[in-house]
Design a protein around this ligand. Sequence first.
Ligand code: NAP
Ligand code: MG
Length: 407
Amino acid sequence: MSKKIKVKTTLVEMDGDEMTRVMWQMVKEKLLFPYLDMDIDYYDLHVKHRDDTDDQVTFDAARAIQKYGVGIKCATITPNEDRVKEYSLKKAWRSPNGTIRALLDGTVFRKPILVTNIKPAVFSWKKPITIGRHAYGDVYNNFEFKIPQAGKAEIVFTPRDGSTPQNIPVFDFPSAGVIQVNHNLEKSILSFARACFTYALSEKIDLWFSTKDTISKIYDAGFREIFDVEFEKNWKDKFKNNGIEYFFTLIDDAVARIMKSEGGMLWALKNYDGDVMSDMIASACGSLAMMTSVLVSPNGWYEYEAAHGTVQKHYYKHLKGEETSSNSMALIFAWSGGLRKRGELDSTPEVINFADKLEKAALGTVEGGTMTGDLLALADKKSSNKKVNTQGFIDTIAENLSKKLHA
Ligand code: NAP
Ligand code: MG
């Protein structure tokens, strides 16, 4: 191909750590730079650079996403005590994903990458099921207390405006027990709802939302009401015009239906339900290395990444000069997802077309039998299946991509 494809608006790139940093570089060199003319606003989120800048670089990256609209992120170390020692850090900095999510007020959507030669554990699933998990409140920001003996538990609500406090009886304990208090914020639920409607519309897929509203008539029913009101007010027509639906159902019913569905929907869930169900979907679809993740802000900002971490164990092997067979699929899909969104926002079909071809080249590589070790264990057994190393996998995708672009 003679002329490179121009990406109109600047893309925000966030580099990362360990094995994913190694693969990131290979992906850019072999699959992107030869074909794309892009302006990149680069942020190095390597843990040492975050430390050197007192984590300022993470905040700068988030602001850049706010400015340009689309960011693509490599996996990063969230430091714990071991990492503080390993990298001689000043302190255990916060998770970059947490920082970025807070600044963009976003919701994370996780979607598996399906290939024809790896069957999901649920036979009926033909299309990926995306999970949208509300990432605030409920049991994750709860208050828990061990009740030592018989006695009354009450909640006191003291209004900030100085009006009379309310004493609300919770339970009259006849003997020792435990208590838990959960809360959520209307503002956070509304942001979640908006991010879900934005994502479903952007992907042109149905949105399912489910809670236990029959039992929890104020808390869970409150979530439902916020979704319903927001849908009626701002999304109903847009959904209709795009031939997609918003569908609320009781969580029990949703779980039963999902197991018999073809997939292909966004399933929005409260914090705990989303935590559990996203692991179920990931495991049913095979490998962490085949799960993509996008952070969608209700303001229309997007950040694409792989759902997995930095693949630490493989990195240590790589450092020792041993061969690795790490799977770059989700990292490649982070780039293709970000490029496709950029193309949509910029109205540049040639960029969207490139993203499609990149994904097809990557899927075709695995479907053609060339794969990394993690997938070989899952794929339909065929004598033509071939295990390749980290670089070999990307090289084969590069060959397939080149053929597709020259066809
Ligand atoms: P991980 O990087 O997700 O890897 C866990 C295991 O899953 C690997 O050891 C490997 O299994 C398998 N795996 C994951 N991705 C793979 C890939 N692309 N190709 C092949 N196999 C893959 O989790 P971790 O090792 O527990 O965490 C490492 C670091 O990542 C931590 O410092 C954590 O803070 C960070 N992290 C970052 C993010 C993020 O930035 N979004 C998310 C999660 C974790 P085998 O060893 O069996 O081959
Ligand atoms: Mg979980």
